[in-house]
Structures are given as structure tokens and as C-alpha cells.
Design a protein around this ligand. Structure first.
Ligand code: ADP
Ligand code: ASP
Ligand code: MG
Length: 602
């Protein structure tokens, strides 16, 4: 007999009829010989309704009372679904998060799960009951026993955490679409279903705005090797398998608080090519990387930070043995780029072979603003200057001087307590299979901030991101520009990053005093941006993936404001009003569009 955890989202339990349909499906799963734990969300848009209600009473309701209020939504649906099951002659019992013993940290509105008591649930299952659990909620440890919530969309996380704690045979996320699609079908109707995706790819997509799975749910599935499927609530189609690498068994205590960083990676075989002061207009990146791709040269990191006037700096890294070829390609483009430049602002080519790339990686860094700051502080304490920074949701990569590589790794392993699992030397595994781009996502909820003229000394990035972390502000994409400029007689660099729009003003205020400390740095804020990203494990071995994405944007006459990449992701910041056009163009360019439209219920 298998144990299955099934989760049904808001739309799936949005009406009496839908609850009855869910009950029928749950019963069928039991009759097929399984034990079933069901996790449900609040009905339809109940949670939004409750948020609105609170807003009519208070402009800044306390987080504790918000949790008290929002947790009621799920309590309605568990009771109704249990009744519907009982009506069908299926024994069932509903339980709140507290009754199960989903114990979380005492942090309202964004609590992480510490552990899940499994005794009571197991006892009920042994008696042949279906256990219907309220998603999205938990309870803090004694003595306070506060009701907490896990953050919007958190029922997915409840379900996967329960599956991990109960060592269930599988966890099915049942929702209003047939599975995980190549992009959001509400924005791009030609989105297509994927049959499978790796946890690493899904983690990037989920944190990039693919709402179909809560990123923390993917994180738990990955860490505990949970068999995870996303499928339709209405059909028997298999949906999408989210595959996890096999893992060593891991203790269930501190479930969501396990090590935020689980690997230090380095690559001392990289070299850097940078083109400084190229014109800031559509098509430049496409042209550069298109030409590089034609020579079959694989680029690793690509970084383009905030523009300066009408110019950008674009930097990229390649393996050392192809540096000469990459340099020839880049320099061959200089005359035509220079043709567009004004006097005094001429394109310049810079290369450096004495660099190393060092990264921290781990799903646990999502939503933990202090992790990147900690990396930067460790480097600062070791006296290591950071040349370039590029981040993704689950990785922070820095390029540093090659001679600093060994001691940087030692310091990072020590500080992140990774002495048991030594740093991984990155090379290209022959086993990588999968498309160059599996899916694309759009995030319209971000704002871009930049601090110009940050002194080029160890410790500056650490300070900057620590003050933000201290205020609980999560930084998404961090890009440190390539070029050093003299400002007030000292060498400086610009550091740009994106934050959630809701945090933008606070972040900008927090940085004011820091800017003064830095001796006259300037803050630039732009809320009208969107981030479009392409994710796929196959891009590691497929030259030209970035070029194709940049070309798709150029063909739609969309200017790229910033670029950051990781091994399996390319993200571009564009103007907010071209966000959807950018998403559609990239989706189409990678051959992801299908002819059949996916129906999404209202
Ligand atoms: P539930 O209430 O079942 O948790 P959500 O509304 O939270 O459902 O998530 C499902 C929705 O996510 C879909 O209706 C779709 O609009 C949106 N979505 C965004 N990106 C994707 C994607 N890549 N694949 C599938 N759905 C997506
Ligand atoms: N009901 C909660 C929300 O709307 C949790 C969830 O649906 O996952 O955010
Ligand atoms: Mg959801």
C-alpha cells in the first residue's frame, strides 16, 4: 500500500461542485489501494478577500493578526472536504496545521517549517481515514504556540514537507493547469506542457515567477528526494514529474532551516573578456554573442550592469584555452561598435587570464537575504577583492584574482560549515541531458537599484548587502560592473541589483546613509523594469543559447538593460512595458510554443 500526499489549490476547491469532484478523486485514490493525506488551500480567492478585509480596518495590520485571519481560509476548506468525503462513505478527518503538529519558527507571515509531528496523522491513516490537512499554516513551538503562515502560495510547501516527514511514496500537486508549462499560460497562451523537469531548473523557474510551485516546496523536494508531480485536478493525465538528484538521507529536524549553502564551487580555468563603452541600444549583445557562438565558443558568465549614459560594459568568461579566439572575435567587432560612439567614449577591449570564479550554491538561500552578504563579508575578511558578481536565486558567483582562489575556498568552506563536503571543481559533466531552454519566466514585480561610485576595495559589497539583509530585504539579481572608474580621486565601481517593488523605497532609504559613508556614491532607482529569464540544464553544453535569447529581444526591438547568467539561467532586465513582448519573443525563439492553447479556468 502506497502513501500519497495530494495537494489541491484554491481554484480546485473553489466551489461546492469542485470540492465534490476533489472528494471523488481522493476516494478513487484510496480505492486504488493507497493511504492518502490531502492538503488543501483556501477556496478560490478567499485569501485575497481576507487581505482586502484587513486593509479596510488597518493600513498596517500586525503580522500576528494577519496570520490569525488568513489561516481561517484553509480551515473552511478542510472541514468541507472532510464532510464531502464522509458523505461518500469515505472515513476522513480534518486537521489544522497546529493539530497535525507542523511546527514552524515564530516568524509571522513567512515562517519556515522546523519539524512535523507524524504520530497523529499516522494513527488516523492506520485506522483507514483520509487525513485532510490545512495548507499554508503552522504553529510555533511551546510555550507561545502562535499560529503562523508560510507565505503566499505556501500550501505547496506544506504538502511537500508532509510528504518528506511521512516518507510518502509520492506528492502530487493538483492544480488548474495540466502540469508545469514552458511559461505562464495566462501571459502566453501557446505555452506547452513539460513531461519532466529537474529540481534545479524548477527552483530557478519558481523563484523567477512561475507561480505553479512555491520555490520552498521545490527546495524541500530536492533536499529530501521527494517524488513530486504537478498535474491537473480534473484529469488523469500524468502531468509533470519534478526529478530530484539522489541524496544522502538527511535529518528531518530543522526541515526548512538546514544549511542554506550546500556547496562551494570553483573554476580556476576561466578567463575574462570585457568590452567597455559599447552603445546602449537593441541588438548589441545579440551581435556580440552571436558572433562568438558562430565560432562555437561556449561562454559561461555574462554580465552587463547598469548603463552609463548611452553606454554599457559587457563582460563574459570563457575557458582559458579559447581566450585567444574569443578575444579575436570581440576585437573584430570594435570598429563597427566604435563607428556609433561619440568622441572620447571609444569602445575598449580588456582581457584577464588571472581570474577564478568562486560560487556558493544551495536552495536554502532563497528568501534569506543574509546569505549573499555573508559570502561578501567572508571575502572581505580574507582581504579578497571581488571583481564581478552575478547571482541567480540559488547561486552567488564572484570572479576574483586567481591567486586568491585557494584561500577564498578555504574561508568559505569554513564559514559555511562545509568541511565535510569539499569544494567541487566545476567541469562539464558528460551526463547532462535536457534542452538548452526548458522554460521561460517573467517577473514584473521587481525594481532596479544601483549604487554608483562604490570604492573598489574589499568589503564594500559586504557592507551594502548586509545593511539590506539587516532590514530583511531580499535581493534578487546582483550585478557588479566590470569597469573601474576614477571618482573624486579614487577607483570606484557600480553595483546594481533588483529587489521586490514593495521593498524598493525602503531599500533606497537604507542606502542613503551608506552612500555618504562611501564618499559620495549615488543611488539610482527604477521601478519600471521587468525581468525575463530562460532556464535549461542543456545550456551548459550548448554554445549560442544566450546569443539566441539576445537576438530574439533584438528582433523585437527590445533594449536589454542588464544581463546576469548562471550555468542554467540567463536573465535580462528590460523596460516593464516590453516585459510580455519579451517573454513571448524568447518563448517562441526557443521553439517552446505549441499550436494547442492551454485552458486556464478563471
Ligand atoms: P493553485 O491555487 O492550484 O496553487 P496557482 O494559481 O498558485 O494554483 O498556480 C497555478 C497557476 O500558475 C496557473 O494557473 C498559471 O496561471 C500559473 N503559472 C505561472 N507560470 C506557470 C508555468 N510555468 N506552468 C504552469 N502554470 C504557471
Ligand atoms: N491560500 C494561500 C494563498 O492564497 C496559500 C495557498 O493557496 O497556497 O496564498
Ligand atoms: Mg499556488
Amino acid at each position: 500500500m502506497a502513501l500519497i500526499v495530494q495537494k489541491y489549490g484554491g481554484t480546485s476547491v473553489g466551489s461546492v461542485e469542485r470540492i465534490q469532484t476533489v472528494a471523488e478523486r481522493v476516494q478513487a485514490t484510496v480505492q486504488a489501494g493507497n493511504s492518502v493525506v490531502v492538503v488543501v488551500s483556501a477556496m478560490g480567492k478567499t485569501t485575497d478577500g481576507l487581505v482586502k478585509l484587513a486593509g479596510e480596518i488597518s493600513s498596517q495590520p500586525s503580522r500576528r493578526e494577519m496570520d490569525m485571519l488568513l489561516s481561517t481560509g484553509e480551515q473552511v476548506s478542510i472541514a468541507l472536504l472532510s464532510m464531502a468525503l464522509q458523505e461518500r462513505g469515505q472515513a476522513a478527518v480534518s486537521m489544522t496545521g497546529a493539530q497535525v503538529g507542523i511546527v514552524t519558527e515564530a516568524r509571522h507571515s513567512h515562517a519556515r517549517i522546523l519539524r512535523i509531528e507524524t504520530e497523529r496523522v499516522k494513527r488516523c491513516l492506520d485506522q483507514g481515514q483520509v487525513v485532510v490537512v490545512a495548507g499554508f499554516q503552522g504553529i510555533s513551538d511551546a510555550p507561545d504556540l502562535e499560529i503562523t503562515t508560510l507565505g503566499r502560495g505556501g500550501s505547496d510547501t506544506s504538502a511537500v514537507a508532509l510528504a518528506a516527514a511521512l516518507q510518502a511514496d509520492s506528492c502530487e500537486i493538483c492544480t488548474d493547469v495540466p502540469g508545469i508549462l514552458t511559461t505562464d499560460p495566462r501571459l502566453v497562451p501557446s505555452a506547452q506542457l513539460m513531461s519532466d523537469i529537474t529540481c534545479d531548473e524548477m527552483l530557478e523557474l519558481a523563484s523567477l515567477g512561475a507561480k505553479v510551485l512555491h520555490p520552498r516546496a521545490v527546495e524541500i523536494a530536492r533536499n529530501y528526494g521527494v517524488t513530486l508531480v504537478v498535474r491537473s485536478s480534473w484529469t488523469d493525465e500524468p502531468g509533470t514529474k519534478v526529478t530530484a538528484p539522489s541524496r544522502l538521507p538527511r535529518p528531518l529536524e530543522g526541515l526548512e532551516l538546514a544549511q542554506p549553502v550546500d556547496a562551494i564551487e570553483f573554476d580556476a580555468n576561466q578567463a575574462k573578456v570585457a568590452l567597455l563603452r559599447v552603445p546602449d541600444r537593441p541588438g548589441i549583445a545579440a551581435h556580440l554573442f552571436g558572433t562568438v557562438a558562430q565560432k562555437n565558443l561556449n561562454v559561461d558568465l555574462i554580465i552587463q550592469s547598469i548603463n552609463e549614459g548611452n553606454f554599457n560594459d559587457i563582460a563574459f568568461t570563457v575557458e582559458k584555452d579559447v581566450l585567444a579566439q574569443a578575444t579575436t572575435v570581440a576585437s573584430s567587432l570594435i570598429p563597427e561598435l566604435r563607428g556609433n560612439a561619440n568622441d572620447g567614449d571609444t569602445v575598449e577591449l580588456v582581457t584577464d587570464t588571472d581570474i577564478a570564479k568562486v560560487s556558493i550554491a544551495g536552495a536554502g538561500m532563497i528568501g534569506r537575504p543574509g546569505v549573499a552578504a555573508k559570502m561578501f563579508s567572508i571575502l572581505a575578511a580574507a582581504g579578497v577583492n571581488i571583481q564581478m558578481i552575478a547571482t541567480s536565486e540559488v547561486k552567488v558567483s564572484c570572479t576574483i584574482a586567481a591567486q586568491d582562489c585557494d584561500r577564498t575556498i578555504a574561508a568559505l568552506c569554513d564559514a559555511f560549515d562545509l568541511n565535510q563536503s569539499p569544494a567541487r571543481l566545476l567541469d562539464t559533466p558528460a551526463t547532462i541531458t535536457g534542452p538548452a531552454v526548458r522554460g521561460v519566466a517573467l517577473d514584473r514585480n521587481q525594481a532596479r537599484l544601483a549604487l554608483r561610485y562604490v570604492p573598489d576595495q574589499p568589503g564594500m559589497a559586504a557592507k551594502l548587502f548586509q545593511v539590506l539583509a539587516d532590514r530583511g530585504i531580499s535581493v534578487d539579481m546582483i550585478i557588479q560592473a566590470q569597469r573601474c572608474r576614477e571618482h573624486n580621486g579614487i577607483k570606484t565601481r557600480d553595483i546594481a541589483f533588483t529587489v521586490a517593488q514593495a521593498d524598493a523605497d525602503m531599500a533606497s532609504d537604507v542606502l542613503q546613509s551608506l552612500a555618504k559613508d562611501f564618499g559620495g556614491s549615488a543611488i539610482v532607482l527604477d521601478k519600471d523594469i521587468a525581468k525575463v529569464s530562460a532556464v535549461g540544464i542543456g545550456m551548459i553544453t550548448e554554445p549560442g543559447t544566450a546569443a539566441k535569447m539576445f537576438q530574439a529581444l533584438a528582433d523585437s526591438n527590445i533594449n536589454i538593460q542588464m544581463i546576469a547568467t548562471s550555468e542554467i539561467k540567463i536573465s535580462c532586465v528590460v523596460a516593464e512595458d516590453s516585459g510580455i513582448a519579451a517573454l513571448k519573443a524568447v518563448h517562441l525563439a526557443f521553439g517552446l510554443a505549441g499550436s494547442q492553447e492551454i485552458q486556464v479556468p478563471a
